[in-house]
Design a protein around this ligand. Sequence first.
Ligand code: ISL
Length: 575
Amino acid sequence: MTAPWWTRSVVYQVYPRSFADSDGDGMGDLGGVLERVDHFVDLGVDVVWLSPVYPSPQDDNGYDISDYRDVDPVFGSLALLDDLTDALHDRGIRLVMDLVVNHTSDEHPWFVASRSSTTSPTRDWYWWRPPRDGAAPGAPGAEPTNWRSAFGGSAWQLDEATGEYYLHLFSRKQPDLNWENPEVRRAVHDMMRWWLDRGVDGFRMDVINFVSKHVEPDGTLHDGPPMPGSPWGDGSAQFMSGPRIHEFLGEMHREVFEGRTAFDGGPLLVVGEMPGVTVEDARLFTDPARREVDMVFQFEHVDLDHGPHGRYDPQPLRLVDLKTSFGRWQAGLAEAGWNSLYWDKHDQPRIVSRLGDDSPAHRRDSATCLATLLHLHRGTPYLYQGQEIAMANFPFERLLDFRDIESLGWAHEQQALGRDVAELLPGLRAQSRDNARTPVQWDDTRNAGFTTGEPWIAVNPDHTTWNVAAQRDDPRSVLAHYRRLIALRKELDVVATGDFAMLLPEHEQVYAFRRRLPGADPAELLVVCNVGGEPVDLDVLLPEAVGRELVLGNLPAPDDDAVLRGWEARVLSGS
Ligand code: ISL
């Protein structure tokens, strides 16, 4: 069987509100994306994944959708989205939409009807429950389970009108859909077919492994264990990859994807975002023979620097742990299934600040080193806007600087527990999702060329040095390096589909691995990355890496290849 097209492809994620603003209202929009389509061509990416642009109250920046079949005026119109689809297709690029169907907005007509009365025809489309154990509605502890919502507080919201609670694993403006109800699934499938018929080429499905909850036949949901640093419980085991998840995804495949193709007649792309997914489950989800999804986003590697109190309790990221994790995912999906590979995305801090070194002396080299490390793994790399120019975390100083509902929800929860802001800021600064959401730095002008108006979130002051215009024609730039990495995946079969073997698993500074594909030219690549600023004697550590032909490096060719310089990455051909 020939390998699917995405083995040679790179996906570029656009977070539209922060990408480019075409009308000066301070918010990025589809017009802005349309004006920058040539940026995707310049990079050589094959797919654009567009974060949500549907009508939305924007409680969670569009991940709270109030109409699945339109575009929010803040981003443009359906006609403009059609134009963007055509513009991408003309350039051979696919468009993948974000699909958020674990929950809707509380302003979606389905929920408006559902909350209107206990006998509403769509009442059962959401998770409504009476207070626990006959307690009075709103009484302390009356919530149906102890689950914490991802954005702080209980995952249950009391609706005064009927005295019942509804479930929201995210904000209270994001009520969870009840996928146990076949009408809900049918409505979702119908909407998905509508988008595919309109010409989009696939979906990235938001928290799709949350749609099957552990529910008893009598409707009971169970509490989770207590969470350190929170008055609420951790319900995740009750809703992550629940008992019917494979059934639901198999059904969706049959109902929606079977018989449909991308614009060029090739296969669609279906990616499931799956927090908490295990390697074993991911293998089932992505085994082509099972027809569920093509790949999943897993979270293991981006959770490695979270402490016992969660993401805002950051710990140093140990390279050995990263190798163990990536190595396990590479091995686990080697025979069946496929990995997606990412560092940055709209929910994660910037990798150059997180695992690299964003100080002026090392920013370029550490960004290109980490890019090489990721892109040479087996899997499909995802590139998040700004990562291609080594955009870094923002120097947040005050709570007022943050916009993200998750960061603010956590901060307010902690303040209510008596902690003061000064104590919270270091965790927020390191880990806030807003680090990824500052505007793309197109040039060194005011507001980085993002908008002529007032940006909805501050532009990083470092845009005067770090921007697309400064890097576009510089062969040494981070952008140029990404271009080369993307091209290499298309050129060399061994990059696309070669097998993977981790080397030096215990070494704390050098990340090295081998890719192999018998019969290909070259049939073997050796990748060595110095994930640190100090030079390493390669002839001592990995003598087989010395004297080989350099296929691609992130620093000028070395005088002495026995020494791996600080933040140097080398892709070497086989013997
Ligand atoms: O990583 C996370 C846990 O701390 C969260 O940032 C995130 O909520 C989780 O990864 C799920 O993300 C997706 O669904 C959310 C939305 O806020 C995120 O932007 C989206 O990517 C709810 O729709």
